[in-house]
Design a protein around this ligand. Structure first.
Ligand code: KG4
Ligand code: ZN
Length: 367
């Protein structure tokens, strides 16, 4: 089955082409091509994503990426005019997968309308072509299935006994802990009550005068600082539930920097704030994941979402998993932040489950 996947929920326009086979217990997927057009430079001056700017950029990028994905790889260096004028041949597609939510409503609709349009056009010569709506969070969740070997989904699931598993999804919009009994059966244990973990990284970066998105910037600066320098709070670390809260931690950082009258050129203090904030933010994630893994006798821990790109978080969860003798799976670096490959994977699993979601923008869609 050949899958064309489209992702436009936030500030990345992404299209991927995948080949998929196999049943739900052991899906096999090959990534044929994976394209992302990032809008970071456009939103950075505003310190965050501007929904209508994202919409405008998606509208511009989608037709370009669509052409490019069907061209030979030699065309990577062409400019937009050359891409528009080039000829391209579309192979037979069996499934179009498009993100329907959660995300920014105007951004979601650009991908949905585009997917509907190409579905209509391609269906003329291919009446069995299907269109599935994908939950962006399922995309993140399943991204741990992608292997380090670029382009191949891993078969690790069939080689290990992974269930039950604890899955931590940490992105710019969500912080969710799940208990999974199979790839399609899960229970939500908890989530954030206010800001998401990635959002806290972005807001603290802003306080420190670092560019958007803040996660990678905080990680870089934290490497030069002392994580024990400042004792920031670890919100909800001792509560019996599996919920999270990040807005108080962000406020503590804000008050601390005000009290210290932090100057933009005080690199040493900024690095200590970044390192101490990161330590506090990650400690809560790791502590709750560890407790859930113990309580549910988990055989695996899965990590995904943009914050899964954080090296310190990956290392802490790896150490925890080694100590408790559980499997630890996280996506390769290319697939932590938003991409269309993960939407293709989730689309294939939705297709196998015969899950028919409405093909409409659903800003608050949950798992
Ligand atoms: O999953 P994602 O691309 O978009 C959403 O669905 O939200 O996640 C983006 C988030 C941003 O908040 C970004 O700052 C964060 O992931 N992020 C990181 C790192 N790289 C990206 N946070 C911490 N450390 C990183 N290295
Ligand atoms: Zn995302």
């Amino acid at each position: 089955m050949r899958i064309l996947a489209i992702e436009t929920s936030c500030d990345e326009t992404a299209i991927a082409l995948l080949e998929a086979a196999g049943r739900l217990a052991a899906p096999k997927i090959r990534v044929v091509k994976n394209l992302i057009s990032s809008q970071i430079a456009i939103h950075a001056p505003f310190g965050g994503v501007v929904p209508n700017l994202a919409k405008r950029e998606h509208l511009k990028n989608l037709p370009m990426l669509y052409r490019k994905i069907f061209e030979s790889s030699k065309s990577e260096t062409r400019n937009s005019k050359q891409i528009q004028n080039s000829k391209f041949k579309i192979p037979k597609i069996d499934l179009i997968a498009v993100t329907v939510g959660p995300g920014l409503e105007p951004a979601l609709w650009t991908g949905i309308e585009f997917a509907k349009q190409i579905h209509k056009e391609l269906k003329i010569g291919n009446p069995r072509l299907k269109l599935v709506g994908v939950n962006h969070l399922e995309g993140h969740l399943y991204s741990f299935l992608l292997s380090q070997k670029r382009g191949m989904i891993n078969n690790q699931l069939s080689m290990i006994k992974p269930w039950p598993a604890i899955a931590l999804i940490v992105s710019g919009g969500h912080t969710i802990l799940l208990k999974m009994d199979s790839l399609v059966k899960w229970k939500k244990l908890g989530e954030t009550r206010d800001d998401a973990a990635g959002e806290a990284f972005d807001k603290v970066a802003r306080i420190l005068g670092l560019p958007y998105p803040g996660g990678p910037e905080i990680q870089k600066l934290a490497a030069q600082g002392n994580p024990q320098a400042i004792e920031f709070p670890r919100p909800m670390i001792h509560t019996k539930d599996y919920n999270f809260s990040y807005s108080g931690l962000k406020t503590s950082v804000l008050y601390y920097t005000r009290d210290q009258q932090l100057k933009t050129d005080d690199i040493k203090l900024k690095a200590d704030v970044a390192a101490s904030f990161q330590e506090a933010a990650l400690e809560v994630l790791v502590a709750k994941t560890a407790r859930a893994a113990k309580e549910y006798n988990a055989k695996s821990v899965f990590l995904s979402g943009g914050v899964a790109a954080n090296a310190a978080l990956r290392e802490k969860l790896k150490v925890l998993s080694l100590k408790s003798k559980v499997n630890f799976l996280a996506p390769p670096m290319d697939f932590n932040t938003d991409n269309a490959v993960m939407i293709g994977v989730a689309g294939y699993l939705s297709y196998l489950r015969k899950k028919n979601r409405k093909i409409t923008g659903q800003a608050n869609l949950s798992l």
